[in-house]
Design a protein around this ligand. Structure first.
Ligand code: NI
Length: 169
């Protein structure tokens, strides 16, 4: 099932999500639906709050379907190590049409549970590292625009308010 993506302005995006406690077939179905919704929206990462579900669950595929082994499901993720810095353009499916340069760690190790509840650690670099940070932020109610200057953030918010008024958001 493809869920519509919740956009900036919806409070679900700005509150910390609830921990995943039950690892059953329903959770597996939710992760499958999240991959489907992410691909349909042409994204490489999606967090459950972005489909209106306040759960600490995120999916990532930085290869966008090219490598099935690249699919990552993160339940209750925690960043445990970061290294280096890299400045890259970043966007978010919940803030469509906008992109900004964001400085993030170049290498990130994450600890998370899989769909069976088993804890694992995974290290990613570059885009995968960025996705780990971006999606974990989502689960903490934080959006990438919190990492840019207040000036740029206000400009984006102003543009979005105009789009809302015009019925285009
Ligand atoms: Ni996002």
């Amino acid at each position: 099932m493809i869920y519509p993506i919740v956009k900036f302005g919806n409070p679900v995006l700005e509150k910390p999500a609830e921990p995943v406690t039950v690892f059953d077939r329903e959770l597996k179905k939710l992760a499958d639906d999240m991959f489907e919704s992410m691909y349909a929206a042409r994204g490489v990462g999606l967090a459950a709050p972005q489909i209106g579900i306040s759960k600490r669950l995120a999916v990532i595929d930085v290869t966008f379907k090219e490598d099935p082994a690249a699919q990552v499901v993160l339940a209750n993720p925690e960043i445990i190590h970061t290294e280096g810095r890299v400045r890259q353009n970043e966007g978010c499916l919940s803030i469509p049409e906008f992109r900004e340069l964001v400085t993030r760690a170049r290498k990130v190790t994450i600890r998370a549970q899989d769909l069976h509840g088993k804890w694992f650690e995974k290290t990613g670099e570059e885009l995968l590292a960025r996705a780990f940070l971006h999606e974990t932020d989502h689960l903490n109610g934080k959006l990438y625009i919190s990492h840019i200057s207040a000036l740029k953030r206000d400009l984006i918010k102003r543009k979005i308010r105009k789009l809302v008024k015009a019925g285009e958001w």
